[in-house]
Design a protein around this ligand. Structure first.
Ligand code: PLP
Length: 374
């Protein structure tokens, strides 16, 4: 965090408990990819989200890569992704030699559009990767029905959505595989890291092999059954992750309270609307995000972000859609006007799990003064 930031967007919340756990890991001598805390972290995580199996990875992107490998997706296959997401959702599709197909998103939830998904399915489509954007659950009923009808695998990108639920079920557990991220800016952090969850014992077993260079757990000889990756989480990271898991209820409570305060304070404000949840969804509120209508509000999202930044309040634009990213533009996807329009208008507001109500009030006061300047 730089010094002039008074109210950060998404900084990690690290305290005494984390120091204790990490110190214990250091003192145990297990700081790398062997050590008891990795399994403990996996077990605690699986119990928390209600998954049968959880396999820790070095980050969320590698977990998506593994998921694609586990499901046998490769050259000649198409994988559908929402156009509005972080590039870590889609890059692994290219790593396995498959072809990503981006589709437009819903204008209210900002998550994968169900009609757009169905229209993009071809004979080559093998999987869909719905993303719970900014922690907001996607419509897993509709995605699930479509996937079933066309025989597609679902890899749920819940990187931003630890703590989020749809129909009282934790996101990440609807698909064949679910994926989470513990990057420093996420709901909890392990100083980087990821988690792959599944209900399928065979997939879990193979995931444990692939994260460890193709070597099965318990094999002491250097015998590798297939070509895998060095994608394991370290014991040191698991220590941090375990401490953060203990504090997850506290983080979610603060994020939920602050999101409710944003909605209360911004209700009725001309030219500002926020990302909507489905009726049976509960967001993790990873990043509370709004759309700024320049005409009505008196300033566009760049003016708003500049004004906030000048006052030490960190804000950032929504992800740039995949359709506008140079490595992907050339794939000739259908236009995704909703994703592009959301990007042109959207910013994420301070949402770190230690922000106080006063921080949210100050952010909203500044947001409103942009409008008053019109
Ligand atoms: C939606 C989404 N997918 C995937 C990732 C990749 O996670 P990681 O940064 O841990 O590789 C991230 C976060 O960075 C993300 O926000």
């Amino acid at each position: 965090m730089t010094d002039n930031i008074r109210i950060p967007l998404d900084a990690p919340n690290i305290g005494e408990l984390e120091k204790e756990y990490v110190t214990r890991a250091i003192e145990s001598g297990y700081v790398s990819t062997a050590g008891p805390l990795i399994g403990e972290f996996e077990e605690r995580f699986a119990a928390c989200v209600g998954a049968r199996y959880a396999v820790a990875t070095v980050n969320g992107t590698s977990a998506i890569h593994l998921a694609l490998r586990l499901l046998g997706i490769g050259p000649g296959d198409e994988v559908i992704v929402p156009a509005l997401t972080f590039v870590g959702t889609v890059n692994p599709v290219v790593y396995v030699g498959a072809t990503p197909v981006a589709v437009d998103v819903d204008p209210l939830t900002w998550n994968i559009g169900v009609e757009a998904l169905e229209q993009a399915i071809t004979e080559r489509t093998r999987a869909v990767i719905p993303v719970h954007l900014y922690g907001n659950p996607a419509d897993m009923t509709a995605v699930g029905e479509t996937a079933r009808r066309y025989g597609l695998y679902i890899i749920e990108d819940a990187a931003e959505a630890l703590g989020a639920a749809y129909q009282n079920r934790h996101v990440g557990t609807f698909g064949d595989v679910g994926v989470f991220s513990f990057n420093g800016n996420k709901v909890i952090t392990a100083g980087g890291g990821g988690m792959l969850v599944t209900k399928d014992p065979a997939l879990a077993e193979r995931a444990r092999l692939l994260v460890n260079q193709g070597r099965a757990p318990g094999i002491t000889e250097f015998e590798h059954q297939e070509i895998g990756y060095n994608y394991r989480l370290t014991n040191l990271q698991a220590a941090l992750g375990l401490a953060q898991m203990e504090r997850l209820p506290e983080f979610l409570a603060v994020k939920g309270r602050n999101a409710a305060l944003y909605r209360e304070l911004l209700a009725g404000e001309a030219g500002l609307v926020w990302q909507r949840e489905l009726g049976d969804a509960r967001s993790s509120w990873w990043l509370f995000s709004v759309l700024v209508d320049a005409e009505q509000h008196g300033g566009d999202r760049v003016t708003v972000a500049d004004k906030l930044r000048a006052a030490g309040v960190q804000a950032r634009p929504l992800f740039k859609p995949l359709t506008q990213q140079s490595p992907y533009r050339k794939l000739g996807w259908r236009a995704c006007p909703v994703a592009e329009s959301l990007h042109a208008r959207g910013i994420s507001l301070p949402s770190a799990s230690f922000l106080r109500e006063d921080d949210i009030r100050e952010t909203c006061r500044l947001l409103k003064t942009v409008g008053e300047g019109r």
